[in-house]
Ligand binder design. Sequence first.
Ligand code: GAR
Length: 217
Amino acid sequence: MARLKTAVLISGRGSNLQALLDACAEPAFPAEIALVVSNVAGAYGLTRAERAGVPTLVIDHKGFDGRAAFDQAVDQAIRAAGCEAVCLAGFMRLLTPDFVAGWHGRMLNVHPSLLPAFKGLHTHERALEAGVRLHGCSVHFVTADLDAGPIVAQAAVPVLRGDTPDDLGARVLVQEHRIYPLALRLLAEGRLRLSGGVVEIDDATRAPESALVNPAP
Ligand code: GAR
């Protein structure tokens, strides 16, 4: 079985990268991580990749004259490594439309909210301020608009009384680690089809129809 060669782009601790590395450690998983790129030297995710025996590269955006030049360097590196797909995993840089277009339908991002709610930063603080009862995370295809691409998978968690942003973020993160490998699997199996701005999933395992209700009835 040919496995989908995937690049993971990170900026920090790399816990989602770890979830992807763990999934890819299964011989039957249909993707492999061929390269991890960080724009931040010393990001802990680089250590995680090295431990898993995955090649790493630091491409520091500060060394480039503008976004386009940085993105071109990243693009060249991941293509040179033979990558056919890209996962953004806590990669805290905006990508240029040219880069995004070059990976159309082949680049995923994980975002810590139930999109389209709470795009951008500080999602857990904003969810608490808004008083939502359910919060969560999304994996979506990357498009030129920030956090706006077609959604592949989502998980919801309850917001509990007394939650701090860190409490809520930790609850969400557990679910990020579940849905990101799931989404990469579906992509690698060729089961995701973009249709009019939404994702159709071939032979998706149906979620139970029961709802997560908070507070419990
Ligand atoms: C994750 O919560 C991810 O959803 C978020 O950054 C964190 C990275 O954690 N990404 C974004 O906010 C992108 N808009 P990790 O480095 O431990 O995977």
